[in-house]
Design a protein around this ligand. Structure first.
Ligand code: CP
Ligand code: NVA
Length: 331
């Protein structure tokens, strides 16, 4: 039996077999989708959605996913949930744990998601923070797994910013054996402490390289992301200058293996980190990645909800109400 995590805050520490089971479950949900056999394992369950940043893919995958699994979702904002808001994060986590079954949070501060996970008795899913984006990389790995790529023997080239998406790729390199070459401009490196830790754990499989050409030569996957992540909009102009030479174009793609895939978590800034020719070209699998966010998200929510012990808060509440009402509630 593979130990199932209680929350998905990051990818470090996830068991490889648990992740592979997630992929298999996502495939089953994909096959059953829209048929009479589509399972509803989350019937009666509700996800609390805390989105402090815009989202298309993640928000839709969670909301549609909950609906398709028989459950529901409720939207919350930074007014209700924040580190310096109406009430403490611990109180929010405890209250939501009494009413909802999963908390899905997209926040600027990573520590907010960590605090929610620390206090909630229901699973907390990191739906992107300034630090990481684990759901995206699980869906990306699922996409590559579906392509029959060998996750233990492929070379992934990261070309671009040392951002949250790269951090999750770095963490993923501790689960599977792929090689990861990281080309980032000076001054835009990933978190130094995380990088050192991953280098230590992966024994030479993860390394920073000098330039994009060196990163992509004979690689199996080229991955890029926006040069300006959400929250960095004021820096967009000078980032465009700093990232000159880091655009994934046809010339760069031609240095990779002939069957290499181009990947991007989206949203893309066409003409900046990637050209139209590449993102719309035959090697691009960005729309598969986007659709797979749904299948993987559903499998993830089922896996985490299934591993959650029955909630105690409802019981505590019933004990506190008057006897007559308690009969009505428990009947
Ligand atoms: N890739 C991704 O997370 O997209 P959204 O920001 O639209 O959710
Ligand atoms: N790095 C991007 C990812 C968007 C899905 C951002 O944080 O804006």
């Amino acid at each position: 039996m593979n130990p199932s995590p209680r929350h998905l805050v990051g990818l470090l520490g996830l068991e490889r077999e648990w992740v592979l089971q997630l992929f298999a479950d996502a495939d089953k949900l994909r096959a059953a989708r829209g048929t009479a056999k589509a399972p509803k394992p989350l019937a009666g369950k509700t996800a609390a959605l805390v989105f402090h940043k815009p989202s298309l893919r993640t928000r839709v995958s969670v909301t549609v996913g909950m609906h398709e699994l028989g459950g529901d979702a409720v939207d919350l904002t930074a007014v209700e949930v924040s580190e310096h808001g109406r009430e403490s994060v611990a109180d929010v986590a405890n209250v939501l744990s009494g009413m909802c079954d999963i908390i899905v949070a997209r926040t600027f501060s990573h520590s907010l998601v960590e605090k929610l996970a620390q206090h909630a008795s229901v699973p907390v899913i990191n739906a992107l923070t300034d630090h990481s984006h684990p759901c995206q990389i699980l869906a990306d790995l699922y996409t590559l797994w579906r392509q029959d790529r060998n996750l233990d023997d492929m070379t992934v080239a990261w070309v671009g910013d040392g951002n949250n998406v790269l951090h999750s790729w770095l963490e993923a390199a501790t689960i599977f054996g792929f090689r990861l070459r990281v080309a980032v401009p000076d001054g835009f490196e990933p978190d130094a402490g995380l990088f050192l830790e991953i280098e230590r754990r992966t024994e030479g499989r993860v390394r920073r390289v000098r330039d994009p050409e060196e990163a992509v030569r004979d690689c199996d996957v080229i991955y890029t992301d926006t040069w300006t992540s959400m929250g960095q909009e004021a820096e967009a102009q000078w980032r465009r200058i700093a990232f000159a030479g880091f655009t994934v174009d046809a010339q760069l793609m031609s240095l990779a293996k002939s069957d290499a895939s181009f990947m991007h978590c989206l949203p893309a800034h066409r003409g900046e980190e990637v050209t139209d020719e590449v993102i719309d070209g035959p090697q691009s699998i960005v729309l598969d990645e986007a659709e797979n966010r749904l299948h993987l998200q559903k499998a993830l929510m089922v896996a985490l909800a299934a591993a959650t012990p029955p909630r105690e808060s409802g019981k505590r509440k019933r004990e506190r109400v008057s006897p007559s009402l308690a009969v009505a509630v428990t009947a």
